[in-house]
Design a protein around this ligand. Structure first.
Ligand code: UD1
Length: 422
């Protein structure tokens, strides 16, 4: 099992190029099935979830080539509509393949995602929306089967602006006759990136980024090329790391508007943030104070994915920082581990209260999920002594070259597997 050894105390200085977005590239890879053509994606991060998605595409009969940050998918040969359970388990976002395969083949069979490290993962909103488009949906033996001889446009209102359900509707509705109007849609930037890809591939989609999205059909183009947007959560990770450790870090290929709530919280804590057209610079003296309550909400609210990261940056901030997690039920699993490092955090239901301590100390800790794992690395950067983060692979699911990038900024971070390989 990889172990991240972090020796705290170094300030971070320098610049880092932000990776392409995990949460954008995965639905776009699924979307590449719809038109049956060739999709060339650039700016793709190297991640375990991206590997799993390539495996799914190959399993379905597509040709997939990866060269550095470029992935070329030829979906002309797609000949299967079933994703085996073992492959579904490898990646949470595989549920996105439901809408894409349904659009392409009119028939799809996948296993239900079940629970995951963040709590239960219902897909009722996805299924309700696909039924509204005319799909016949049956659930049996842990599998979902969706069939539609013909999908037809509909007005669909989501009970909650679920990112996954919004993406599944956009994908399936591409194959529907007539217009689909999706209201109370998720407004995350990754939805806009999916829209940009779909339109380049021949779809007619507009409204992404607002709560109302219109999808009016698809005239497949044989070839599409698309650059994946920068990863706003990876960007937030570097900002929180610099805030916690102190120093001055510049993020290249970052979209400041996507980082608005995270930057605002870090400014409240005493950091200085400068925003450029496609970069963000953060300076931190290391001595921080508590921000206003941090409440996770659908975009443009504070992202649930950045909650653990900001918590790690607030552990030594003077005063009490309150976190309220509204999206996932099981998203404080990093707290027990942070306590092992001397953090003072109390959790009651969806509320966590961090009372800033003067010092954190290194300790052996365990990553329980992706962002929680990154949070432990951040805490380690501002702790005295050595922190060993045992990680069964969670961090690699979402970060491309995190240890290298932190080292380049001056951090003392090694992955034990890295050290053995040298
Ligand atoms: C969520 C985040 C997204 C983030 C992604 C990766 C939100 C709103 N979504 O997206 O920003 O990029 O994780 O970590 O912050 N739900 C249902 N029924 C459904 C679908 C969802 O009840 O059919 C509930 C979920 O249990 C959860 C909430 O809706 O409480 C958000 O789910 P959703 O947005 O679908 O999650 P992701 O797409 O994973």
């Amino acid at each position: 099992m990889p172990v991240w050894n972090v020796c705290g105390g170094n300030r971070l200085n320098g610049s880092v190029a932000v990776q392409g977005s995990k949460n954008a590239v995965l639905p776009i890879m699924a979307a590449s099935l719809i038109g049956g053509g060739v999709s060339r994606l650039t700016g793709c991060p190297h991640l375990r979830d991206v590997d799993a998605s390539m495996e799914i595409l190959r399993e379905l009969g597509c040709g997939v080539m990866q060269n550095g940050g470029e992935i070329v998918i030829d979906s002309a040969g797609m000949c299967r509509n079933h994703i085996p359970h073992a492959l579904m388990l490898k990646m949470r976002s595989s549920v996105m393949y439901m809408g894409a395969i349904l659009a392409r083949a009119g028939d799809v069979r996948i296993s239900t995602p079940g629970g995951c490290e963040l709590g239960s993962r219902p897909i009722d909103l996805h299924l309700k929306a696909l039924r509204a488009l005319g799909a016949e949906v049956t659930e049996q033996g842990g599998e979902v089967i969706c069939r539609a001889a013909r999908l037809r446009g509909a007005h669909i209102n989501l009970d909650f602006p679920s990112v996954g359900a919004t993406e599944n509707v956009m994908l399936a509705a591409c194959a529907a006759e007539g217009e689909t109007v999706l209201t109370n849609a998720a407004r995350e930037p990754e939805i806009q990136d999916l829209q940009a890809f779909l339109n380049a591939a021949g779809a007619s989609v507009h409204g992404a980024g607002s709560a109302e999205i219109h999808i009016c059909g698809f005239h497949a183009r044989p070839y599409v090329t698309h650059r994946v947007m920068p990863d706003r959560i990876a960007a937030a990770t570097y900002l929180c790391a610099a805030a916690a450790a102190g120093g001055e870090v510049e993020l290249l290929h970052a979209v400041p508007a996507h980082l608005r709530t995270v930057c605002a919280a870090l400014e409240e804590m005493g950091c200085t943030v400068q925003r450029g057209a496609d970069h963000v610079r953060l300076r931190s003296g290391g001595a921080l104070h508590a921000a206003h309550p941090v409440v996770t909400k659908p975009y443009p609210g504070f992202p649930t994915d950045a909650q653990a990261l900001l918590m790690a940056a607030s552990l030594r901030a003077a005063g009490t920082t309150v976190f309220i997690e509204n999206i996932f039920e099981n998203r404080y699993r990093h707290v027990d581990e942070l306590r092992r490092m001397g953090a003072d955090v109390r959790v009651e239901g969806r509320v966590a209260m961090v009372s800033g301590v003067e010092r954190l100390h290194g300790a052996p800790v365990t990553a329980c999920d992706l962002r929680g794992g990154a949070a432990l690395v951040i805490a380690g950067l501002s702790a005295e002594g050595e922190t060993a983060v045992c990680d069964s692979g969670h961090i690699e699911r979402g970060y491309d070259g995190l240890a290298d990038a932190l080292r380049a900024l001056g951090a003392d971070v090694t992955r034990a597997e890295d050290a053995e390989e040298k």
